[in-house]
Design a protein. Structure first.
Lengths: 248, 248
DNA sequence: CTTCCTGTTTGATCTGGGTCAAGGCTTTGC
DNA sequence: GCAAAGCCTTGACCCAGATCAAACAGGAAG
């Protein structure tokens, strides 16, 4: 069994999309209590499968720490990643009983879970939660559409540059760092996972990363540790228009 | 100005995602009244642009009849379609003031519109609407993810077969026809639009359609009129697992 | 230390789909 | 009727990225 439940202090779950504490600040106390009472935690080790496509899924969850991926696989084994869940991202769909995608922990992962039925009941009773979920789903849809442009029309080099920019941006946002200046972070994905994200082979990913390194767009220390000397240069390579949607 | 307002009888808008009449049947009368009072219609001719990416967008809408597309364009002109709006689909995002994509009418198009601000107010007051919108957005997200698998991992032939299957399925659903037996319909997209949908060139689209026709997977009468003698065969060619998500 | 294992890099070759180019088929307008 | 404009098809050729293959790097186990 890949799953184990564990104890985490209330405030450790600050990035939950359901925003326990935000609800607490704005709403009646019993809403907070209801959410707090039904939440629990699960942790997974890097590489573990959280759930298989088609399996019964009786919970919804949000990522507290670590990274998970959603992937689709064709019968002959071709794989395409269709979602990348970073801390604060939401997993699961109210109103659906089975998982539509394989969900895998690519790093050690802690999720804050809610059993689906009581969560759905609470959603009906608490419009804030549904509104927040709508907002998050619309953001995911926008991300999916940017991803579609990448998959359909970008070159291998542009795809790699785009992915590195996306990870750098989310990393900076999570740490509340200023987006300008040299960005430094670790790639949380293997070459093969990047290939699954980008619709490429792992060899092409490796070659294009080497090319970006040779051209000075990125600086690599080992295989994972990346420094970006000039973020605008990276965005140019990604084929994005100037700001590329950098938040803040 | 590409837009003109027009009068349509109340019941002509039966496919509005907001479901005036469903709301009417289930809810208090004043909810229905509020929606009915704020709705209005716009019609566009085939080829007209509904709105450009980045433009101010002060309304949300749903397609009543016709087809619209959402596309993203890179500076050098590469285009990728990221959404295909058929009757009953929703356009616009509560909480955003500018359009994120180019929206184009590919056939003559009638949309049922609501000014954004009063619609948002009504959403806050009427949880049903937000819940319905969440449900629709989640469906769109699922469609986007299936589309990502297509763009990232399918061959040109599979992409064409998939698109034809998607159109056939939606066409059958709209007309409430049984999905089995020979399906007959018109392709609502030009070869170039299909190419933008699939991340291909129009020449490749043309060649692959010819190949599917030669192999008897589809029967073409003229350039647009398609008959599908065996839907399961088409799904095999599309690389989808058996049912391919056919609703009903 | 050596061996194994997993992830990665790099090279050689192949090929699906892009690019460039030439016509063909309808519809519209004169 | 003819001409022009769209849209579509088909052919010839090319190249970005896939495939096949070999070797490398670093960590874990013995």
């Amino acid at each position: 069994m890949p799953m184990q439940e564990m104890q985490i202090a209330h405030h450790d779950c600050g990035d939950c999309p359901i925003r326990h504490r935000a609800v607490c600040a704005r709403c009646e106390a019993d809403e907070l209590t209801a959410l707090e009472q039904m939440k629990y935690y699960r942790s997974y080790q890097a590489g573990q499968t959280v759930i298989w496509s088609g399996d019964r899924m009786d919970f919804v969850a949000s990522v507290v720490t670590g990274i998970a991926t959603l992937t689709q696989t064709m019968e002959d084994g071709r794989r395409q990643m269709v979602g990348l869940l970073l801390p604060s991202d939401f997993l699961g769909r109210p109103g659906r009983t089975t998982a539509a995608y394989d969900v895998t922990a690519t790093t050690d992962l802690v999720m804050c879970c809610f059993r689906k039925k009581p969560f759905e009941d609470l959603m009906l009773a608490t419009p804030h939660i549904g509104q927040r979920l709508l907002e998050m789903t619309l953001d995911e849809l926008d991300a999916a559409r940017e991803w579609m442009l990448l998959l359909g029309r970008k070159t291998a080099r542009e795809k790699i540059a785009s992915l590195i920019a996306i990870i750098a941006r989310r990393d900076a946002t999570l740490r509340l760092k200023a987006p300008k200046g040299a960005l430094v972070f670790d790639l949380p994905l293997t070459r093969e996972e990047m290939a699954d994200y980008l619709g490429l082979t792992l060899e092409t990913v490796s070659r294009q990363i080497s090319a970006l390194k040779r051209d000075g767009v990125i600086v690599l220390d080992g295989k994972r540790h990346v420094t970006i000397p000039d973020f605008d240069r990276l965005l140019e390579e990604a084929g994005d228009d100037s700001d590329g949607g950098m938040p803040g």
